[in-house]
Design a protein around this ligand. Structure first.
Ligand code: ASP
Ligand code: MG
Length: 424
């Protein structure tokens, strides 16, 4: 008998029919002789709707209360799912994150899991029950308050439970058939990737691919949990995310590029006229780090000899834009920069592939393709297996399509199906 952890995203349980369809799938897995633990997200766009509602009553809702509100979304879907399963004649019990033993730190809205103690889940499984766990939430060890893991965090709940329960597989169900070479909503000719390594998936997730939460992949890699990303709307085999040693011919004839990811959620700040002295960059980034702002790309220009000043640009999550500007303005006199420029009409396009390590010319091909598409590159950053560029927001789709084509990733026949979801 195997232990299977399944996670269903919001679009899979968007309405009562969706809940019933998912319930049938879960029962089929149970009937096949498996123990089943299910992690479920809030129905459809519930989380977004709850956030909208919070903003209507307060421009800056307290983190504790926002978490309390948002976790209600998953309570609705978990209870409905348990009812639908009961209606099919099987026993199911729903658990909040806290009841399932998901222990986190206390940072509301972006809590980190520090321990998982799934005693109650284990007992319920032993008693023959199917367990339904509310995704993306836990309880703070220190304050005992309810926390959330950040948007998209149900994937992480699923992998964390899979690790704690020593599950055989973690299946992540979504509204597309797996991980594609690009978002099929932008590139209809995108292809399904049969197997991808943790490290490439990490880069994809960090580069904005929303199919899997970044921390879920980190977690899976740390505990070596195989993830099967697939659709709840079809029976097709999806994408396996596994250790690179398990990918056939991983050191031989491998595709150079695995995929193209994009990210619309970043903004760019330029600190104009920074005196070119020792320690200025250190001060700027210490101030930002003290404000708990995660910086992504950084570019420092060569200083003009005549002025002895330089500009430093960096990207960050647009949601942190205001706090970054405030933090920097507080030290304006001390650093002596001239002004700040803020631009949230940007986006990031990234090319990911372990094969680029051993293939020269990838950068040249990418830049030529983007140039031929008439798109201007504003910033560049690279890792061993990734090249990212910042472009104007309106150019993202064009740049993604151009990069996808340049590396022969387009399928001859459209195979990607988007079954649901608004992509909101
Ligand atoms: N419902 C949460 C969200 O929309 C968590 C999740 O779906 O993973 O972000
Ligand atoms: Mg999700």
């Amino acid at each position: 008998m195997a232990l299977v952890v399944q996670k269903y995203g919001g679009s899979s349980v968007a309405d009562a029919d969706g809940v019933k369809r998912v319930a049938q799938r879960i029962v089929a897995t149970k009937k096949a002789g498996n123990d089943v633990v299910v992690v479920v997200s809030a129905m459809g766009d519930t989380t977004d709707d709850l956030i909208d509602m919070a903003k209507q009553v307060s421009p800056l809702p307290p983190g504790r209360e926002l978490d309390m509100l948002l976790t209600a979304g998953e309570r609705i879907s978990m209870a409905l799912l348990a009812m639908a399963i009961a209606n099919l004649g099987h026993e199911a019990r729903s658990f909040t994150g806290s009841q399932a033993g998901v222990i986190t730190d206390g940072s509301h809205g972006k809590a980190k899991i520090i321990d998982v103690t799934p005693g109650r889940i284990r007992t319920a499984l032993d008693e023959g029950s199917i367990c339904i766990v509310a995704g993306f939430q836990g309880v703070s060890q220190g304050t005992k308050d309810i926390t959330t893991l950040g948007r998209g965090g149900s994937d992480t709940t699923a992998v964390a439970l899979a690790a704690a329960l020593d599950a055989d597989v973690c299946e992540i169900y979504s509204d597309v058939d797996g991980v594609f070479t690009a978002d099929p909503r932008i590139v209809p000719a995108a292809r399904k990737i049969p197997k991808i390594s943790y490290e490439e998936m990490l880069e994809m997730a960090a580069s904005g691919a929303k199919i899997l939460h970044l921390r879920c992949v980190e977690y899976a890699r740390r505990y070596n949990i195989p993830i099967h990303v697939r659709s709840s709307f079809s029976q097709k085999v999806g994408t396996w995310v596994v250790d690179s040693s398990e990918i056939e011919g991983h050191d031989m004839e491998q595709a150079i590029i695995s995929g193209v990811a994009h990210d619309r959620s970043e903004a760019k700040i330029t600190v104009v006229g920074v005196p070119d002295k020792v320690g200025e960059a250190a001060t700027i980034f210490t101030v930002l780090s003290d404000a708990e702002i995660n910086i992504d790309m950084i570019v420092q220009n060569v200083s003009a000899a005549s002025t002895g000043r330089t500009d430093i640009s960096f990207t960050l999550p647009a949601t942190d834009g205001q706090s970054a500007l405030t933090a920097l303005n507080k030290v304006k006199e001390r650093i002596g920069f001239e002004s700040l420029r803020y631009d949230d009409r940007i986006g990031k396009v990234s090319l990911i592939g372990a094969g680029m390590r051993s293939h020269p010319g990838v950068t040249a091909t990418l830049f030529s393709a983007i140039a031929e598409a008439g798109v201007n590159i504003e910033m560049i950053s690279t890792s061993e297996i990734r090249i990212s560029v910042v472009v104007a927001q309106d150019d993202i789709d064009t740049a993604v399509a151009a990069a996808h084509r340049a590396f022969d990733l387009d399928a001859e026949q459209v195979e990607a199906v988007v079954y649901g979801g608004t992509g909101r």
